[in-house]
Write a protein that binds this ligand. Structure first.
Ligand SMILES: [Fe+2]
Length: 386
């Protein structure tokens, strides 16, 4: 975590006479004239009562965020000290509510947005997901506009969000810039990909827990994020590793068992027919995680890494669905190196996923660059879930 990344700690009642600067107003005294938004507001870690608003400025500066349910901006959080990376936690909001916010930085135009807090229980929700946009903002941008047109409640990255995550300029260039209009109103979570770097990923994103593996419940759906290559100084996803212990506890938890649908997101797929002759998917994921997924009743494992689309169910007709979706922008692999029983359908081509969750059924649809759905499947809710 960099020294200049700050969290906003205080939630203050809105005070009269604290009106922010108007768009186009001349810089206030003491404001660096070279200041600008390197990244406009992007939303993370949504819960039933709040969200984290992140943004980056070129110069260290003060900032505050006004917010509230509906159009009422009745609360505000203020940064405790000047910073370039800003992370404001908005809280105290009602569940499943449309909320508005406005970021105010002295001397810069205010940045307004809105979002929906997580529903408190099963509800009809739309989640968009993509993988491997990497260093192709020109191809990612049009896909983002198609995602936004579907009015999603939540967005999920499958990893490789940028060309190289430890180069700071790649985040606004490859991800935060081309996805700005989506991210200012649709909260997102992301799996960590091998292009996302270590320091950069930790600085730019604001995710639960250690930010690399964590789980959240959203509208009755359990979303589990894993990072099999995360180096914590122990064997990770091998049975005696920290992450393996964590996922075993997660799969045994009430939160997991009570969920109507159980989804896993991790960048490196257990199975792939198309990524280089020697690959075939991640051996350690197959050996150490897939048996846990099967035993616990995971519904779908979403991955990226291979630049294409692959889908299958294993064991066939009753097992876990596996989806590889590396179509967010990077070049597409036109290869088909092997036939695996776990993969039933594959194709190269840029695309994204629409995950529609409802009380009783979850539908996953793959949508291409032209907006056409080219594959879909459904899962029924777990009967023992409330
Ligand atoms: Fe990758």
């Amino acid at each position: 975590m960099r020294q200049d990344r700050i969290g906003f700690l205080a939630m203050l009642p809105l005070l009269a006479g604290l009106a922010g600067p108007a768009a186009g107003a001349p810089p206030a005294a003491g404001v660096p004239p070279s200041n600008r938004f390197v990244a406009t507001p992007y939303l993370q870690s949504v819960t039933t009562d709040g969200v984290t608003v992140c943004f980056e400025t070129a110069q260290p500066c003060e900032s505050r965020v006004r917010f509230g349910a509906g159009d009422a901006m009745e609360f505000e959080v203020a940064a405790p000290r000047p910073a370039t990376r800003h992370q404001a936690r908005l809280s105290g909001l009602p569940a499943g509510a449309i909320c508005a916010y406005r970021v105010e930085v002295p001397g810069l135009p205010p940045q307004a947005g809105s979002f929906r807090t997580a529903p408190d229980g099963p509800a009809a929700v739309r989640i968009v997901a993509w993988g491997d946009n990497q260093d192709s903002p020109g191809r990612f941008g049009p896909l983002v506009r198609r995602m936004l047109a579907l009015a999603p409640d939540l967005a999920v990255g499958l990893g490789d969000l940028v060309g190289w995550g430890d180069i700071p300029s790649h985040w606004p260039r490859d991800f935060l810039g081309p996805a700005a209009e989506l991210l200012r109103r649709v909260p997102f979570f992301s799996a960590h990909g091998n292009h996302d770097g270590e320091k950069g990923f930790a600085e730019v994103l604001s995710q639960p827990g250690n930010e690399r593996y964590f789980a959240v419940t959203y509208a009755g759906i359990r979303l589990i994020f894993l990072d099999p290559r995360f180096d914590e100084g122990d064997p990770g996803i091998r049975p005696w590793g920290r992450q393996h212990r964590w996922i075993r506890n997660e799969l045994d938890s009430d939160a997991f068992r009570r969920a109507r649908f159980r989804l896993v997101f991790l960048h490196h797929p257990p199975y792939s027919e198309g990524f280089w002759p020697w690959y075939g998917g991640e051996k350690e994921v197959r050996e150490h995680l897939v048996p846990l997924f099967e035993a616990a009743g995971v519904d779908v494992v979403f991955s990226g890494h291979h630049h294409g689309y692959e889908r299958g169910q294993w064991p066939r007709d009753r097992g876990v669905h596996y989806v590889v979706s590396g179509g967010g922008g990077a070049f597409q692999d036109p290869f088909h190196w092997r036939d695996l029983p776990q993969i039933e359908f594959s194709r190269a081509g840029r695309h994204f996923l629409l995950i529609e969750g409802g009380p009783d059924r979850l539908r996953v649809t793959a949508i291409d660059e032209a907006g056409n759905a080219f594959d879909t499947f459904t899962r029924e809710a777990h009967p023992d879930a409330p």
